[in-house]
Design a protein around this ligand. Structure first.
Ligand SMILES: CC(C)(COP(=O)(O)OP(=O)(O)OC[C@H]1O[C@@H](n2cnc3c(N)ncnc32)[C@H](O)[C@@H]1OP(=O)(O)O)[C@@H](O)C(=O)NCCC(=O)NCCS
Length: 138
């Protein structure tokens, strides 16, 4: 490995004060008819990313009750390294609201980091019957 390259270093442009909950690389099968990555693929990953801190906080199952906002700021391309950062912004009685930010690393030879998506979603903690459960109760 070349001495000057640290593949574990956080590239410039990615948040330095938090860890991604997901990082993945979209494949050709994830493209739309324009050749960009299909918005539904990004939405699915964002939903999974937001659910992770929610499941941890709720200590159990959650369901997505609302996508409060969703903005596709820039397209995502096949081969981008896509990182998803999820932060809880509100905790209600049974619900948890999460902000998800998505960044793409592209052009490894002349690396650019682009914020591609930002979304806010709300999850509800569920009991065994699939009904809302107060967070903190088992
Ligand atoms: C999630 C679900 C169990 C909630 O049931 P419900 O009877 O609507 O529950 P409630 O009205 O008591 O609301 C539960 C919580 O969700 C919040 N909520 C409900 N609708 C909301 C909306 N549109 N936006 C934001 N929060 C919402 C409520 O404010 C409440 O939060 P709180 O307890 O922290 O105050 C039910 O709506 C459901 O099963 N939905 C389908 C979930 C699903 O299949 N998701 C997609 C796949 S994961």
């Amino acid at each position: 490995m070349p001495a000057q390259i640290d593949p574990h270093a956080v590239p410039d442009g990615l948040p330095r004060d938090k860890m991604p909950v997901l990082r993945t690389v979209p494949m050709p099968a994830d493209t739309n008819s324009n050749g960009d990555i299909f918005g539904g693929w990004i939405m699915a990953q964002v939903d999974i990313a937001g659910s992770i801190p929610s499941i941890r906080l709720a200590r159990g199952r959650v369901a997505t009750v609302a996508v409060n906002s969703f903005v596709f700021k820039q397209p995502v391309s096949v081969g981008d390294i896509v990182s998803f950062y999820a932060e809880i912004t509100r905790v209600g009685r049974t619900s948890i609201t999460v902000n998800v930010e998505v960044y793409a690393e592209r052009d490894p030879e002349a690396l650019r980091v682009v914020k591609v998506t930002e979304a806010t979603l709300t999850y509800v903690a569920l009991d065994a019957q699939g009904k809302p459960r107060a967070i903190g109760e088992s």
